[in-house]
Every structure is written in structure tokens, then in C-alpha cells.
Design a binder for this molecule. Structure first.
Ligand code: FEO
Length: 405
């Protein structure tokens, strides 16, 4: 590979990780990229580095444009390991480089590297760096999605280098959204955006909303958004901004995800009448068995749906372990604007359904009470009860969805 010019004298110099399928526990069936950008101006400036394993790839891409030893400045937008773990390698090559980073970012890199000899400038919103014909303007975006996060706006290029925000885990041979959708599809790209948001950014909806608004209020024209993963938004930067604002405002499909696990199929059997009841009310529905589905896929399906039901057997007076794991993960993601309910089965004594409703209450999600919990195997009466609960749940979800239309 070699660098790809994305604006005059601004180049993508990142790396494509085609085979990665486990990204710190997040399943990435289509791989990912680690994007960084070289501004080949009077003062040559690198924005972000890459994951450690890919330092040589990025350095080769830089060398296809300019001698890496000539880099004058390195901007660090975000200090998670997939972007900063090769910083030491870069600094070995250009020990005189000036580093521009947020204060929180500086505090993190000093835990990972010996920075005593490094020339570091801490930046905050409004600070600028003149590289020559290009001016970099820094924008703090704390908790979007780490405390250290900043974005770098290249004023004369109308280019927003947005670190993780607006990214997607997609390994592709093309670098731009409009090139991708000629060889794949817009829906595939949208799906990747939603998947990324659901698994990485879901807890930060309110911050995302206010930060996007603040950036738009700055009145800076943006005609390209270059994230640190996946495709660069050249054809439709407003499309991804709209998607983010929509998701931050609670946008979801009028559909219901049924997430469950099962021991001896009793809980699984209950999904049949639930699905029937839901679809008989004209609401779309999807069933996800946790032991057969990567966690991040289940999270994405929850996020895309206006509501979800969680089903679990009771095992030794506790919720089933895979369901507990799912709920722990979900709690951390702090979902909002979703209606919920629970169902399940037990042998000697129940409890999983009560536990699930307790979790929903703590998560401040609006729950439809009365989810069925059956002993051993659902009887025909309990089948009917599940069906009726499915119908009632779908009716309430349909009403609940109206406030988002
Ligand atoms: Fe792609 Fe938050 O790192």
C-alpha cells in the first residue's frame, strides 16, 4: 500500500487490518482499519499514529510521500492503544517531533512511554497550529469516547479529523464512502456505522448531541470527515452527522429484539408464541440466542430495535450466566429510549425474570410488567399467556414508538 491523498497534500497513511475478528472482545467480522493522516505542509504534521503491530505499515505509507524523519509535529487525538501504541516507534524515528495532545491524553501517554525527553504541547478547544498553508484547530471532545479525546479541524481543507467518532469497523480496499457504495452498498455502510455506535458510543448519546451541536455552532464548514477507523466521509459527511444525531436522539426501528438463552429449551420454546403475538400486532421481530451470537451482534440488534425482551432460565436460583453477562455489558452501555420486558422458565424455583425486571428498573428503562415465567415446560395455557404477553408488549411498544416519530 501507499498513502492516499484525501485533500491536496493531506494523505491517509494508515493500515488495514483485514483479519481482525476480535477487537478487544468486540466481534469485527469485516476487519477494521487504523487511520492516520499526514499533512505534507511546510511543517510536516502527522495526525494520530496506529496500533503498534502496524507501525511499519504506516511508516511505509508515509515514506511513499515523504521521509518520515522529516515529520515536525505529531497530533494525538485519542490515546486508546489502537491509535497510540506505536507512538514510541514514531518518536524513535523523529525524537524531535512536537507532540500536540490534550492534558488528559498527556497523563495517559506518560503511563505508557518515557516522555521525559519529549516536546509536548497540551492543547484545548480553540488552540491552533499553523503548519504552512494549513491551520489545525483543536476541539476537545471529552468522553467522545475517552476523557482525552480531541478532534482536529484542518481549516483551509474543511476537513474534520474526528478520531473514533463517525468511524466503522470495515476493512476495505477503498478509502472513501462514495467509492465504497459503488462496490458495496449504502446500507452495508450504514449498518457498520450503527454497529460501531451501538458498541462503542451508546453511553454517550447526550454528549454526542451537544458536541455535534457545538461543532456546528462554531460555524466551521465541513466537507470531509476523516475518522480513525473505516471509510472517510467525502461523499456525504452530512449523512453520518444526521445518523449520529438521530441515534443520539433515540432513533430506532419499530421492531422488537428477543434476546434469550436456554438450558433445556423451555425458555427457547417460549419465544415461538411471543414472536407470534408480536407479529400478529404487525410489529417486526427478531430472535437472538445468546450462546450462538457474538455479544456485539446482540447489542447492535438491541440498539436497532425500539424494544427488547430478555429471556432466561433460572439456574441455581440465579439468572442464566450468559444472560447475566449480556445484562452486565448492556448496563455499561446505558441504553435509553427503549422499552423492555422479560420472560423465562425454571425447574425448582424461579427468580430470573424478577432479577431481569430489577435490572431494567435500575437502568431506568420503561418496562412492560407481567412477563411470563413458567415451570419446567410451558403448558398450552402458558403458551397462550406468552402469546398474549407478546401482543400486549407489541401494542405498548407501538404506542411508545410514536413519541419518536
Ligand atoms: Fe479506536 Fe477508542 O479507539
Amino acid at each position: 500500500m501507499k498513502g492516499v491523498e484525501i485533500k491536496p497534500d493531506i494523505h491517509w497513511v494508515g493500515a488495514i487490518d483485514w483479519p481482525v475478528r476480535d477487537f478487544h472482545g468486540y466481534v469485527t467480522p469485516k476487519g477494521t482499519t487504523y487511520n492516520n493522516y499526514l499533512i505534507n505542509d511546510e511543517d510536516i504534521t502527522l495526525v494520530d499514529t496506529v496500533k503498534y503491530d502496524f507501525a511499519e505499515v504506516s511508516l511505509r505509507n508515509i515514506a511513499s510521500i515523504v521521509d518520515p524523519a522529516k515529520i515536525k509535529n505529531i497530533v494525538i487525538n485519542h490515546v486508546e492503544n489502537d491509535h497510540v501504541s506505536s507512538l514510541g516507534t514514531f518518536m524513535d524515528i523523529v525524537p524531535s517531533a512536537h507532540i500536540y495532545i490534550s492534558e488528559r491524553g498527556r497523563q495517559v501517554i506518560e503511563r505508557f512511554f518515557d516522555i521525559s525527553a519529549w516536546d509536548i504541547t497540551v492543547v484545548k478547544t480553540g488552540d491552533e497550529l499553523k503548519c504552512g498553508k494549513y491551520t489545525l484547530q483543536f476541539i476537545e471532545t471529552p468522553m467522545l469516547h475517552w476523557p482525552d479525546s480531541i478532534m482536529t479541524y484542518v481549516r483551509e481543507a474543511k476537513l474534520l479529523i474526528s478520531q473514533d467518532a463517525f468511524g466503522q469497523h470495515l476493512a476495505t480496499s477503498v478509502r472513501f464512502d462514495d467509492d465504497f457504495i459503488t462496490c458495496a452498498s449504502h446500507s452495508q455502510l450504514d449498518e457498520a456505522v450503527i454497529d460501531y455506535y451501538a458498541n462503542i458510543l451508546m453511553p454517550f448519546g447526550a454528549l454526542i448531541k451537544s458536541k455535534i451541536k457545538a461543532i456546528l455552532d462554531m460555524g466551521i464548514p465541513i466537507d470531509m470527515i476523516a475518522p480513525d477507523h473505516g471509510l472517510i466521509w467525502r461523499g456525504a459527511p452530512e449523512h453520518v452527522l444526521d445518523m449520529y444525531m438521530g441515534m443520539a436522539n433515540g432513533r430506532a426501528d419499530l421492531s422488537i429484539a428477543i434476546i434469550y438463552d436456554t438450558m433445556w429449551k423451555s425458555t427457547e420454546i417460549m419465544t415461538e408464541p411471543l414472536v407470534q403475538g408480536i407479529t400478529d400486532e404487525g410489529v417486526d421481530c427478531k430472535v437472538i440466542k445468546l450462546r450462538e451470537t457474538p455479544m456485539s451482534f446482540a447489542i447492535t440488534d438491541v440498539w436497532k430495535s425500539r424494544a427488547f425482551l430478555v429471556g432466561s432460565p433460572t439456574l441455581n436460583n440465579e439468572v442464566f450466566p450468559s444472560v447475566a453477562q449480556f445484562m452486565t455489558h448492556l448496563r455499561g452501555l446505558r441504553p435509553k429510549d427503549r422499552m423492555v420486558g422479560a420472560f423465562g422458565s425454571y425447574g425448582w424455583g424461579g427468580g430470573a425474570v424478577k432479577w431481569l425486571y430489577g435490572q431494567f428498573e435500575e437502568m431506568k428503562l420503561e418496562a412492560v410488567a407481567g412477563g411470563p415465567e413458567v415451570k419446567y415446560k410451558p403448558s398450552s395455557e402458558e403458551f397462550a399467556q406468552c402469546y398474549e404477553f407478546g401482543r400486549e408488549f407489541a401494542r405498548q411498544v407501538r404506542d411508545y414508538h410514536k413519541k419518536y416519530e
